[in-house]
Ligand binder design. Structure first.
Ligand SMILES: [Zn+2]
Length: 88
């Protein structure tokens, strides 16, 4: 049986079922990755897979604040990737 894991969305700040969320992890090599495999560890943030949460998430610069991350080029690349995931 699969146990449901709950995580806090950094867009709406509610606790949600992890399987409906996007996970962004700061890898040991200093880069960011969306939904990494379980053997890639690092500090992570979560956001619901909906436009409202993602809009808030990006507007409030949650990657920078929640992950304590300051590589702006990398942040922009990941934010673009997240937006694309909404369109698919
Ligand atoms: Zn949310």
């Amino acid at each position: 049986m699969n146990k449901i894991k709950y995580r806090k969305c950094q867009g709406c700040l509610e606790i949600k079922d992890r399987s409906f969320m996007i996970k962004i992890t700061k890898l040991n090599n200093g880069l960011l990755k969306i939904n990494p495999s379980s053997n890639e560890l690092g500090r992570s943030v979560y956001v619901c897979k909906n436009s409202e949460c993602i809009k808030n998430f990006i507007k409030k610069k949650k990657i920078k604040t929640a992950l304590k991350y300051s590589n702006h080029t990398e942040i922009e690349r990941i934010e673009e990737e997240i937006k694309k995931m909404l369109l698919n």
